[in-house]
Design a protein around this ligand. Structure first.
Ligand SMILES: Cc1cc2nc3c(=O)[nH]c(=O)nc-3n(C[C@H](O)[C@H](O)[C@H](O)COP(=O)(O)OP(=O)(O)OC[C@H]3O[C@@H](n4cnc5c(N)ncnc54)[C@H](O)[C@@H]3O)c2cc1C
Length: 406
């Protein structure tokens, strides 16, 4: 565990040791089958196994049976799971992401009525629904100030009535609780942003068939969500305080991007480990492949990439842990930090998986060698949450005053 240097605590070391055992015994042997597990029986077996280690409760409130976890502890846990399967890590990370806004706003009703099932003995899926058919980046972009959100929430007595559609969210159609990003009025800009919890069995909520994807095929389920006159209690809005849901929205962007960096580093480490082993067992000119200068330099570049991306996300996670000094995760500065860590890690991960495939030749292209799965899975991390383009704009925005373009 030396790769985490002094960032982790003794408790983190114990957590990592138990995940490593689980990964070795329970995930790696069925890794390729997870990719074909259409009924998701194996996927849920793995998620329930991680739940038996307490991984699903980390970041949820202790009062409900959850467990406190620092930003470092959470992200290191995600990296460890991602070394085997970053789609599993993504699905595991959604519940604390979804309940973050209610926790920040001390919304007792949401926490008491919707959260306890997430702290039980088995893993329950959640969904954070932000992206819309008209575009994901426009919704995440600070420049649009919430004005591009088409999903509308109208207060009718003691209920919110929601109409709109969402596209691609993780967990769509299989989650028990949806956190839907809405606007009460686009003219209100940031103050119009409303984060509203919708239980899966609410009338008016429906879904398309799951998407057929290149990677994370069944470990993460994505579908369109339709909201037609969906009614939920007024208290199911994360916060009624003006502007607070906007802060929470920005908050889950930065947490999502930080976690994504950890997923990407885990995937890259997984591909690197395979390349290292393969090149130690294969020979040309009488020497192991990895003993040749050309391949040694490639492996060294891969290691430098993985290590620097890891230290980048760990540094940002340590900044998240110290808000007094670095500010809140929803600040422009911290969104820039998390976006930088994500961009760097994702670009590195795609490159490292590609290099791993080059080092393993046609074997790496075969499903049995897993590298092709790492490559397919980690490509989407690079694209989601605004992708590298919006992420770069957020870095510029957080580091110097960028002229708004809307
Ligand atoms: C496996 C998977 C999991 C996902 N999980 C979730 C989830 O949990 N929740 C959720 O809400 N969504 C989720 N998404 C959706 C994903 O986050 C979005 O697809 C992504 O943010 C990009 O949005 P878009 O596809 O609409 O592309 P667009 O926003 O249409 O962007 C297209 C291109 O234009 C660029 N672009 C567009 N607008 C801007 C801008 N304002 N600034 C800079 N560049 C811009 C983009 O960078 C990109 O290159 C998921 C998608 C997948 C495939």
């Amino acid at each position: 565990m030396k790769e985490y240097a002094d960032f982790i605590t003794e408790e983190d070391r114990m957590m990592i040791a138990s995940i490593r055992d689980f990964v070795k015994e329970e995930i790696l042997p069925i890794r390729q089958q997870l990719d074909e597990d259409e009924d998701r029986r194996l996927v849920h077996g793995v998620l329930d196994g991680l739940a038996s280690l307490g991984m699903h409760k980390r970041g949820l409130p202790e009062a409900l049976g959850g467990m406190r976890a620092s930003a470092i502890s959470l992200t290191v846990g995600y990296e460890e799971v991602s070394r085997a399967d970053c789609g599993i890590a993504m699905t595991l990370s959604v519940p604390p992401w979804v309940f973050g806004p209610a926790m920040r706003s001390h919304n007792e009703r949401v926490m008491q009525e919707l959260c306890p099932q997430y702290c039980g003995d088995t893993f329950v899926e959640a969904c954070q629904a932000m992206t819309e058919p008209e575009g994901g980046c426009n919704i995440e972009s600070a420049e649009y100030r919430g004005k591009a959100i088409h999903t509308r929430a109208r207060l009718d007595g003691d209920e919110w009535v929601i109409n709109g559609a969402k596209q691609f969210p993780s967990g769509a159609s299989v989650a028990d609780v949806y956190l839907v990003t809405c606007t009460t009025d686009p003219e209100l800009a940031e103050e119009g942003i409303a984060l509203i919890y919708v239980p899966a069995d609410t009338p008016g909520l429906s879904f398309s068939k799951p998407e057929n994807k290149m990677g994370m095929r069944f470990t993460d389920v994505n579908a369109s969500i339709y909201l037609d006159d969906v009614r939920v209690p007024k208290d199911y809005r994360a916060s009624m305080e003006p502007g607070k849901d906007h802060q929470s929205f920005r908050n889950f962007l930065s947490w999502g991007r930080l976690s994504s960096a950890a997923f990407a580093v885990g995937a890259a480490q997984g591909a690197l480990d395979i390349a290292l082993e393969f090149t130690g067992q294969r020979y040309y000119d009488g020497k192991q492949v990895r003993q040749h200068g050309l391949q040694a330099a490639m492996l060294a570049d891969m290691m430098i990439g993985v290590e620097s991306a890891r230290f980048y996300y760990l540094t940002v996670a340590s900044m998240f842990n110290n808000r007094k000094v670095y500010g809140s995760p929803y600040s422009d500065a911290q969104i820039a930090s998390a976006s930088g860590a994500k961009i760097y890690a994702c670009d590195m991960a795609v490159r490292v998986c590609n290099m791993a495939m080059e080092l393993t030749g046609s074997y790496g292209y075969m499903k049995d060698y897993h590298i092709e799965k790492y490559l397919r899975d980690c490509k989407i991390i690079q694209l989601w949450e605004g992708g590298g383009q919006l992420g770069r704009i957020d870095v510029a925005r957080g580091r110097y005053e960028m002229v708004p373009y809307v």
